[in-house]
Design a protein around this ligand. Structure first.
Ligand code: ATP
Ligand code: MG
Length: 136
């Protein structure tokens, strides 16, 4: 298993609720290193671009509005098998289906307001890290 980098986002719901430190402890306890971190607020255009793969989905507009509803934290994570490992730590998209001791089981409000984002493939990790950090 190779050393990988992946993009993590603490979404507006989790940021607003003050879960950032608890989430980052779970990330670090899993053996992932937070190499870069910044706080920002997405514009509508940025949110639409970031989630453009979902542009045909019925939840796209609502998702973009949610993602610009408050500040977020974007982070570069690094570790062995980081992409899949972080997806495991996040848990299923729908918190009702998320396993115990996952971020989404603990902190997600709904399938939309689900606390965190994580890249789903090496190709997307490179693209998403470039989107926020201009590097990979
Ligand atoms: P993410 O890409 O945020 O890491 P994911 O890969 O688990 O999450 P995707 O299928 O890529 O899930 O969906 C992207 C995001 O869109 C979800 O995290 C969630 O916020 C929102 N979403 C997904 N499905 C729905 C739905 N059925 N209704 C409302 N929002 C949804
Ligand atoms: Mg996804």
């Amino acid at each position: 298993m190779s050393l990988q980098k992946t993009l993590s986002i603490i979404k507006p719901d989790a940021y607003k609720a003050g879960h950032t430190n608890a989430i980052n402890s779970m990330i670090e306890n899993a053996g992932l290193i937070i190499v870069k971190k910044k706080e920002l607020q997405l514009t509508k255009e940025q949110a639409q671009k970031f989630y453009s793969v979902h542009s045909e989905k019925p939840f796209y507009d609502e998702l973009c509005d949610f993602m610009i509803s408050g500040p977020i934290i974007v982070q570069m994570l690094e570790g062995k098998d980081a992409i899949n490992l972080y997806r495991k730590v996040m848990g299923a998209t729908n918190p009702e289906e998320a396993e115990e001791n996952t971020i989404r089981k603990k902190f997600a409000n709904s399938i939309q307001e689900n606390a965190v984002h994580g890249s789903d493939s090496e190709e997307n990790a490179v693209k998403e890290l470039e989107f926020f950090f201009n590097e990979n």
